[in-house]
Design a protein around this ligand. Structure first.
Ligand code: FEO
Length: 394
């Protein structure tokens, strides 16, 4: 992609990643992702803000050279050290002659651990400033967005916030850098998925960071993933605040795994009954859908109906894997209903209850333990479960 002028003296020099299949080796990115980096050209000093994934080093170096000579770069500001933003750092540092790394002390420690200590560094704290001439950069500590070292950089003169991962989204830019060049609403699903998959564990830190920047005039929002927001800079911030605050909609998720469609049959029965009662339902078969696409749905669901067949006397692996994702990400509905299908295996309801209880989740009774096809007696029990769910969500 080509270099883009964001505003007077600020340039986007990032890259699109359409190569990787899994972000962090975990999360599918069917629409790619961008690694955004920026150059701020002051009248006296020049700063590069964040870098890109190592795989894109060559393209990144070429982008930088379109704007400045490497020998002109005075500072390399690192808001976040995760390698999707620092992988190319080593090669950039080699080409510069006077550039100093600017980051939190922890960020500098991480840079040394990753890339050795062959650079000069300036550790910044909250409200420290760096004068580039015509652009004064102010640093705002914003830890755990999404690692502990993270900071925001704010250009006082143009009211531009460089927010790192915060307010970012999956989805490559495809040459359309600005929010007014694209339909940003089309990014919303990918943004919610990025939030759920990457940031949600640190929701409380999103709220803390938002509180710190609430009185800051922001005319341009430059994240490290996704569009540059110059038309509606508060659009992603508002969404992040909503998702971090927890939203309970009258929505039930049905999440299950199924080997031979018997568990699917229970899921379909429950879905149909809930829909008849006017409840919004979304259903996901874990054998067909990666948890990455289900986690965002958990953000605004009050209740999940979780289904598993027995498998070697245990929870079916796709279901226990999903519960592990739920455990480590802070997107936990408070109530779960359970349905299990079996032929000869043991009753895994207690195993499922224990796993859910360990994470502070409440079980809605009755639980369903179905052998093969649903009997009339099973259906009565399922109806009773539906009634109890409706009492909770309405
Ligand atoms: Fe985009 Fe936490 O790295």
């Amino acid at each position: 992609m080509v270099v883009v002028k964001v505003c007077e003296d600020i340039f986007w020099v990032g890259v699109d990643d359409k190569r990787d299949i899994l972000f962090e080796g975990l999360w599918p990115i069917p629409y790619g992702v961008s690694y955004n980096s920026y150059i701020v050209k002051g009248s006296e000093k020049i700063a590069l803000i964040d870098a890109v994934d190592r795989f894109y080093t060559k393209e990144f170096l070429s982008n930088i050279e379109e704007v400045v000579k490497f020998s002109e770069i005075d500072y390399i500001i690192l808001n976040h050290l995760e390698p999707d933003h620092s992988g190319a750092l080593e090669e950039v540092v080699k080409k510069t002659t006077k550039a100093k790394i600017v980051s939190s002390q922890m960020g500098i420690n991480f840079a040394k651990a990753y890339y050795g200590g062959n650079f000069e560094a300036i550790a910044v704290k909250d409200n420290d400033t760096l004068n580039l001439g015509g652009h004064t950069l102010k640093f705002i500590t914003a830890p755990w967005l999404h690692w502990p070292e993270t900071i925001f950089t704010y250009d006082i003169n143009t009211s531009t916030l460089f927010s790192g991962d915060a307010f970012g989204t999956f989805g490559a830019l495809e040459g359309k850098i600005f929010d007014d060049e694209t339909n940003v609403r089309e990014y919303e699903n990918e943004m919610k998925r990025y939030f759920a998959d990457i940031v949600s564990h640190y929701s409380q830190f999103v709220l803390k960071a938002a509180e710190k920047i609430k009185d800051l005039p922001i005319k341009i929002l430059c994240t490290t993933h996704g569009p540059v927001y110059r038309k509606e800079p508060d659009y992603p911030i508002k969404l992040y605040l909503k998702w971090s605050s927890g939203v309970d909609e009258k929505k039930v998720l049905i999440v299950y795994g199924s080997m031979y469609e018997h568990t699917t049959e229970i899921a379909e029965y429950l879905e149909e009954k809930l829909k008849q009662k006017g409840i919004t339902v979304k259903s996901f078969n874990l054998c067909k859908v990666h948890p990455s696409f289900i986690l965002p749905e958990l953000i605004d669901s009050k209740t999940v109906l979780l289904g598993s067949p027995t498998y070697e006397g245990a929870i079916y692996p796709p279901v226990s894997n999903f519960l592990e994702y739920v455990r480590i990400k802070n997107v936990r509905p408070k109530t779960f209903g359970i349905f299990v299908n079996y032929t000869w295996g043991s009753n895994i309801i207690e195993q499922l209850k224990n796993k859910l209880n360990e994470n502070g989740m409440k079980i809605i009774e009755p639980t369903l333990f179905v052998r093969g096809k649903l009997t009339e007696e099973d259906k009565k029990k399922a109806d009773s479960l539906i009634e109890n769910i409706i009492k909770i969500i309405i």
